[in-house]
Ligand binder design. Structure first.
Ligand code: TLP
Length: 343
């Protein structure tokens, strides 16, 4: 019997029995020598899924994003992203500390920026007194915006802008799988427009650790060097890659169930006067909502008392994330708890 229904994040998912068996059976070798057959398999498989020449297994989504930004830029360059981007809020200031980058966060709508919003902010190449605009970064799905999906048409238009100004295009695809399952658009269609892509295995896909970054061969060659320099080179790590491969082969399609669970929660939240939610933002497995009759801290405490764990979203909001380790039965129980806490 679980003590809590844990909706803090989809990162809390634990390896299933099938995944543990794959971990147990994994063939391993020294990955720094490129001799781990399971890591090699995971990298090849993910590169194919994303339609990229090559890929690299990295310990986390944060390291994945940061290696990509490092390889795409020089110190003193600027990265344009949406103002609620994970790279801006939740990666410990790493773009500045690790790569000497300035972030230019622009206000989007539900996490999405259009080319018209971005173009006036691209700095003229002749302006020696300004940082150089180098990268446009997109997050799909967008975490702080509530798991929203970047429309493909918008991505295509941003790619034209990237080409017009000779910039680079990075995708934080920690939850790209969710976007793909929700829209039916393949992950390779999404990733095809980007120079670099980072995807996570340890969120809704249920692996204990790991992300994969992908790009062309030269990009990954350089990324391999940066990963080692930052202490992210790993040895017999096939035991983790095996979990990642298992996740990719077994746990993508089932994400639609997590989206259904999020809809159930969203409808209940929307039905109560003491809570506010933007229903249009509930597109995948994340809910961002505002308590109107108590503080976020009070709400977190009351939910915890009743056995439900939530986290804090952007300022003044709560966040709930659905995932495979929370059953429909537990979601139904949570609907009752929301009603009790807020009516
Ligand atoms: N997000 C975590 C927290 O950092 C907020 C979560 O619980 O959602 N990109 C996106 C869009 C993410 O949501 C995350 C993790 C990352 C990158 C970083 O991944 P990790 O945690 O593996 O470094």
């Amino acid at each position: 019997m679980k003590k809590y229904i844990d909706l803090r994040s989809d990162t809390v998912t634990k390896p299933s029995a099938g995944m543990r068996k794959a971990i147990y059976d994994a063939e391993v070798g020294d990955d720094i020598f490129k001799e781990d057959p399971t890591v090699n398999k995971l990298e090849k498989y993910t590169a194919e899924l994303l339609g990229k020449e090559d890929a690299l297994f990295v310990p986390s989504g944060t390291m994945g994003n940061q290696i990509c930004l490092n390889v795409l830029t020089q110190p003193w360059d600027e990265v344009i992203c949406e103002q609620d981007a994970h790279i801006f809020h939740y990666e410990s200031g790493s773009p500045a500390a690790l790569s000497g980058l300035q972030i230019n966060p622009l206000p989007g709508i539900r996490g999405v920026l259009t080319p018209n919003q971005i173009e006036p902010h691209i700095r003229p190449a002749s302006a020696y007194y300004m940082a150089r605009t180098k990268v446009i970064e997109v997050e799909n799905t967008h975490n702080r915006a509530g798991g929203t999906i970047y429309p493909l048409d918008n991505i295509k238009k941003l790619k034209s802008l990237v080409d017009k100004y000779n910039l680079k295009f990075h995708l934080d695809g920690a939850r790209l799988w969710n976007a793909s399952v929700a829209t039916g658009i393949s992950v390779s269609e999404y990733s095809g427009y980007f120079d670099s892509v980072s995807v996570c295995l340890s969120k809704g896909l249920g692996a204990p650790v790991g992300s994969v970054i992908a790009g062309d061969k030269d990009f990954i060659k350089e990324a391999f060097r940066v990963r080692k320099a930052w202490g992210g080179g790993m040895r017999q790590v096939g035991i983790l890659a095996a979990a990642g491969l298992y996740a990719l082969k077994n746990n993508i399609e089932r994400l639609s169930e997590d989206h259904e669970k999020a809809q159930l929660l969203a409808k209940k939240i929307n039905s109560l006067d003491s809570l506010e939610i933007d229903m249009e933002s509930v597109q995948t497995n994340i809910l961002i909502f505002k308590p109107l009759t108590m503080t976020v801290e009070e709400a977190l405490f009351k939910f915890k008392e009743k056995g439900v764990l939530l986290s804090i979203g952007k300022v003044g909001t709560l966040r709930a994330v659905t995932h495979m380790d929370v059953t429909f039965e537990e979601i139904n129980k949570t609907l009752g708890i929301i009603e009790t806490v807020f009516s």
